[in-house]
Design a protein around this ligand. Structure first.
Ligand code: SF4
Ligand code: SF4
Length: 398
């Protein structure tokens, strides 16, 4: 049982800026907003645990309040830790299934063709809705029959030909659901004369486990991953992640939320676009041919939190012929597993409407985003296909 308090709440100057930036408070009148749920509530909860407010369950941990706060209060973290201390997470079969992505992936991928058909069938979706509370209006993610790790085995010999090496933390979605982004990262790095290695063993970064209250399991995964990083960094320059939430968790949440000390290697865990654009600045840029497309870019909340949007924009702007329209930085509302839960469906849709409307008003070929969860939400709610920035870059390789 986690019993950690994030003391940054004490720096709150009560300016209320965080509440003006909270996407949940904007659409859900049952949520008091980050100021009240975070620092204000924490002062009360410390005095008397009975003052814990069940409304904290509405927080999506999008971290927008933390980006807005002028005093450095880690509001989202204060709320997550308060939920953990006060039993604020409902941990039923649905939460277990949604958060144990490694386990679900290793069970589902071998039977992917059958699982993918079954989970799209109306009666199955109705059953999942009634029995588990996974909203039947959501499209469930498909699994891949060939995992990224098994595809990568055929690449291993080629990667040894490169003098420089980086490790790739692929994450659960790339391994079990859609390996496309991982394949494109390998293509891009190889075109820059950099080889890729995988960790000998990799566990889910822990973001869905934290979001559903499985902190002990998340900490176990964090400890295993940290050991793997230390080993792999003996041969490779750094560890890259393509998924913003994975990168944020490995760099920030391990220490701040799980209290797993990562400071010795934190600076060598990088969001892939940050590494690639740093290489560009050193003159290591692959030959690229024009990609004559007009795209809208949606910035994911957890990438905004890391200050990483600038790197993705730089990467996109380096692709010749590509016209990029940056959407207003609004939350899409999916927030990982949050939008799949029946009781959150309406809030998730109302939050995302601002993004869907912006996209509808534009005449673009594709939408682009770095986050798989945002991609799912946008593809479910607009007629557009959503691409990863690395997919566009891989397309432009001469
Ligand atoms: S983390 Fe997001 S949902 Fe939670 S209080 Fe902050 S802004 Fe609101
Ligand atoms: S933005 Fe920061 S300082 Fe202002 S009310 Fe929110 S937590 Fe307090």
């Amino acid at each position: 049982m986690l019993n950690i308090i994030d003391t940054s709440f004490d720096s709150c100057i009560k300016c209320t800026v965080c509440t003006t930036r909270c996407p949940v408070a904007e659409v859900n009148p049952d949520y008091p907003g980050p100021k009240q749920a975070g620092p204000d509530g924490e002062r009360l909860r410390i005095k008397n645990p009975a003052l814990y407010d069940e409304a904290l369950k509405h927080c999506t941990n999008c971290k927008r309040c933390e980006v807005a706060c002028p005093s450095g209060v880690q509001v989202g973290t204060v709320i997550q830790l308060a939920k953990a201390r006060h039993g604020g997470f409902k941990k039923g079969p649905r939460e277990f299934i949604l958060s144990h992505t490694d386990m679900m992936g290793s069970l589902s991928a071998p039977a992917a063709p059958v699982v993918n058909i079954a989970t799209q069938l109306k009666p199955v979706k109705k059953l999942l809705d009634k029995v588990l509370g996974i909203d039947e209006r959501q499209t469930l993610p498909k699994y891949t029959h060939q995992t990224f790790r098994s595809w990568f085995k055929q690449q291993t010999a080629r990667q040894t030909l490169f003098e420089r090496k980086v490790s790739f933390f692929h994450g659960c979605f790339t391994n079990y659901n859609d390996p496309t982004v991982g394949k494109h990262l390998v293509a891009v790095l190889n075109a820059m004369n950099i080889g890729v290695t995988l960790l000998k063993k990799e566990k889910c970064c822990g973001v869905p486990l934290i979001a559903n209250g499985f902190f002990d399991k998340a900490r176990k995964n964090a400890e295993l991953n940290m050991g793997q990083f230390s080993d792999s960094l003996m041969d490779s320059e750094c560890v890259l992640a393509t998924e913003p939430s994975c990168a944020m968790t490995l760099r920030d949440e391990y220490l701040e939320v799980l209290h797993v000390d990562n400071h010795a290697i934190r600076e060598r865990i990088l969001f892939a676009a940050a590494f690639i654009t740093r290489e560009f600045a050193k003159g290591n840029k692959p030959d690229m041919k024009p990609v004559n497309l007009r795209v809208a870019y949606h910035s994911p909340c957890h990438l905004i939190k890391q200050g990483g949007v600038i790197h993705t924009m730089e990467l996109l702007n380096s692709i010749p012929g590509l016209e990029v329209i940056m959407l207003d930085q609004k939350c899409c509302g999916m927030s990982g597993t949050y939008g799949f839960k029946k009781e959150n469906y309406q809030t998730s849709q109302s939050i995302g409407q601002g993004v869907f409307d912006q996209i509808e008003a534009l005449n673009v070929d594709y939408v682009v985003t770095d986050c798989e969860s945002c991609k799912m939400q946008i593809e479910m709610n607009t007629p557009h296909q959503v691409m990863h920035p690395l997919t566009l870059m891989a397309q432009s390789l001469a």
